[in-house]
Design a protein around this ligand. Structure first.
Ligand SMILES: O=C(O)CCC(=O)C(=O)O
Ligand SMILES: [Fe+2]
Length: 265
């Protein structure tokens, strides 16, 4: 993975206040563009079983269909990039982060809107928040369904999403290029418009949690929560720390412990 370019975006400091921000050229465009082909093939394979609704949305809303164990190495390398891990750790204000899961949001031309939601609603962990990095693998124009946020909504916990756009300022992401990143907190309400272009909006969302968070029961939660528990957190009892190969440590301030560095677990 190529080193991060020293081009911090002033909007990064918005994350704490707004619950989302956009960072330009966090990764070299060519690094992300080189991953676009392998991702396209992998997403096509993993999305083969999606129903019509999910295909139009561009992702499964009920189960996690991606996993690091089956992903080609070029995809694992991008998802587990310490450059991205550090951005996630800084956003969460923690020393070390693990990847919980990643998801392809490949909204086809003409694909439907993503409704308002808060990601924390399906996270089976005890942490205060997670952060999601949303990376476009192709240029995303205004007509392709950029992410839209209820700014500041992450301050207020679980929300009634009806009429949320009347209660918080609504912020639409500017057009993005490969290498740019959009960050949102697990508590930030967000959505996207339909893809009104003729091109697929190829984007990958990687979700990170603070190292040390514990697993909690998915009882009473939505299907995605049970799916994460069964897949990413398989075999870890509620109450136990969420760690292991399926939720690798990808960044630790001051350096990775030797075992983690050697085995990625
Ligand atoms: O790409 C989208 O439309 C939705 C993405 C999303 O909900 C997320 O990354 O958490
Ligand atoms: Fe989301």
């Amino acid at each position: 993975m190529a080193a991060v370019r020293p081009r911090p975006d002033p909007q990064q400091s918005d994350f704490a206040a707004q619950g989302h921000c956009l960072i330009r050229a966090a990764l070299p465009a060519e690094t992300v563009e080189a991953a676009a082909g392998p991702f396209r093939a992998y997403v096509r394979d993993r999305h083969a079983g999606l129903n019509g609704f999910e295909r139009s949305l561009g992702a499964s809303a009920t189960r996690t269909v991606f996993d690091l164990a089956t992903a080609p190495s070029s995809i694992r390398e991008l998802v587990c990039s310490p450059v991205l891990g550090r951005i996630a750790a800084d956003a969460l204000g923690v020393a070390a982060v693990r990847v919980l899961h990643f998801n392809g949001f490949y909204k086809p031309g003409g694909g439907m809107a993503t409704p308002w939601h808060q990601d924390m609603g399906y996270i089976p962990l005890t942490c205060d928040a997670v952060v999601t990095l949303w990376l476009p693998l192709v240029p995303v124009t205004a007509e392709m369904g950029p992410l839209i946020f209820a700014s500041g909504s992450h301050h207020d916990g679980a929300l009634d999403l009806a009429g949320i756009d009347q209660r918080y300022p609504v912020s639409v992401n500017a057009p993005m290029q490969p290498g740019d990143l959009s960050l949102h907190s697990g508590w930030t309400a967000h959505r996207s418009e339909p893809n009104r272009s003729g091109r697929t909006r190829e984007a990958v969302a990687i979700s990170y949690f603070p190292d040390g968070a514990r697993v909690r029961s998915a009882h009473g939660g939505p299907p995605m929560m049970a799916s994460l528990l069964a897949e990413a957190l398989a075999g870890i009892e509620p109450g136990s720390p969420a760690r292991g190969d399926t939720v690798p440590l990808v960044y630790a301030h001051g350096g990775m412990p030797p075992f983690e560095r050697d085995h990625g677990s």
